[in-house]
Design a protein around this ligand. Structure first.
Ligand code: DOR
Ligand code: ZN
Length: 411
């Protein structure tokens, strides 16, 4: 099957893009013969979003989300590939559970990779997975603190062993760097906490502490690490400083970039997430990181929970909210506001993800690359209404936000 997209705007020029099976085979002005011709009507073409941070759930938590609902949400948000996180039921900790997940993922409408849990009890199982040379495992995921999570690791020797493994198999370790001892220490001060205490319990120092530990160890060992959902200014400063000598990559989420604890008055537990929403100063610091190149990519941290769970009292309500269907809209709106260029957005949502996780022939619109692309209209207005989400989690702290710039078509 040959498809010709005509009248696309690529690199500020009107061009035609020919796709044969799943590969881009021509870009230019010729009107190539094709089985199907699709008129892009002068809309911008950009690589589909590759989201390295998605909690799909399914299996034991299919009531929260499954691969079909998550991938429908992905398509609505312009995401053509997502990386699933391992803190599922059952958790992705060995070949057996990875195979269970592979089976569940067959329902997916978009491409995917898996992140495998690195905990203190499954090291040998992770070795077995890596020795099987899987082509669908993107990274190891390690939690330095509990967070609806796989077992957390605070033992430096264990972390070191995984970093050595990461170097040996050339696979990145994605780290949730909030440090458990620190979270426990700060949380102990609150006997009857509310959502307004979340940012103090999971104190900014805790994220900084874990990031510093990871950076120092990765500096010694030389492996690739990803600082997941970077949320505070000091973390970003450390990453900026260590980037010169350490193979560290920096992920931010749209929520840590665009909203802060001020919104909690309005959204309550719907804004409960780990790491917590921080301050407007932290928003600004993350923007600086976007603009000076310290931030490498955007992850949605799509973390669906049931609305009934989010309505529980603060200490019972789980952390996380859906992000697949808000990311592209919110970020295109930032392009419209002049806060970043479309070129930089493309780097952050696809090109850099493909580079860091070594996804060959992904993340660019070029001849020989996979035809994972989307079309956008920068003038299209939107209002975020969670009731319209494809995700089973029909709530968001961005409810009622309005803006401009939206998806119009996905290849
Ligand atoms: O808010 C969060 N939710 N942070 C995490 O680290 C895990 C995630 C989840 O799986 O719900
Ligand atoms: Zn996450």
């Amino acid at each position: 099957m040959k498809k010709l997209y005509i009248n696309t705007i690529l690199n500020n020029k009107i061009q035609n893009v020919l796709v044969e099976e799943d590969i881009i085979t021509y870009i230019g002005n010729d009107f190539k013969s094709a089985d199907k011709i699709i008129d892009a009507k002068h809309s911008y073409i950009m690589p589909g979003i590759i989201d390295p941070h998605t909690h799909i759930r399914d299996m034991g938590q299919a009531d929260k989300e499954d691969w079909l609902s998550a991938s429908k949400a992905a398509m609505k948000g312009g995401v053509t590939m997502l990386f699933d996180m391992p803190n599922t039921k059952p958790p992705t900790v060995d070949l057996n559970t990875l195979n269970q997940k592979r089976k569940a993922a067959k329902k997916s409408l978009v491409k995917y990779r898996f992140n495998v849990a690195a905990t203190s009890v499954n090291y040998d199982k992770v070795v077995e997975i890596l020795q099987s040379k899987p082509d669908d495992v993107a990274a190891l995921k390690m939690f330095f603190a509990g967070s609806n999570s796989n077992e957390f690791v605070n033992d430096l020797e264990v972390i070191k062993r995984y970093f050595e493994l990461s170097l040996k198999f050339d696979i990145p370790v994605i780290i949730h760097t909030e440090w458990q001892d620190c979270v426990a220490k700060y949380s102990a001060d609150f006997s009857n906490p509310t959502i307004f205490d979340h940012n103090l319990m999971r104190h900014r120092e805790c994220a900084v502490k874990g990031t510093e530990i990871a950076l120092k160890l990765a500096g010694e060992i030389g492996n690739k690490i990803v600082n997941a959902h970077t949320s505070v200014a000091e973390e970003l400063d450390l990453i900026r400083q260590y980037k010169k000598k350490v193979n560290v990559f920096c992920e931010v989420t749209p929520h840590h970039l665009l909203i802060n604890e001020d919104i909690l008055e309005k959204v309550g537990n719907f804004g409960k997430v780990n790491p917590p929403l921080r301050t407007s100063k932290d928003n600004e610091a993350l923007w600086e990181g976007i603009n000076d190149g310290t931030v490498d990519f955007i992850g949605t941290d799509h973390a669906p929970h049931k609305i009934s769970e989010k309505l529980l009292a603060f200490d019972k309500a789980p952390s996380g909210f859906p992000g697949l269907e808000t990311n592209l809209r919110l970020m295109l709106n930032e392009v419209n506001k002049g806060n970043l260029s479309l070129k930089r957005l493309i780097e952050l949502t696809s090109t850099n993800v493909a580079r860091v996780f070594d996804l060959q022939a992904y993340g660019k619109i070029e001849k020989g690359y996979y035809a994972d692309f989307i079309f956008i209209n920068l003038d299209k207005k939107w209002e975020i209404k969670a009731a319209d989400f494809e995700s089973k989690a029909k709530y968001t702290p961005f409810e009622g936000f309005t803006g401009k710039g939206d998806l119009i078509m996905i290849n």
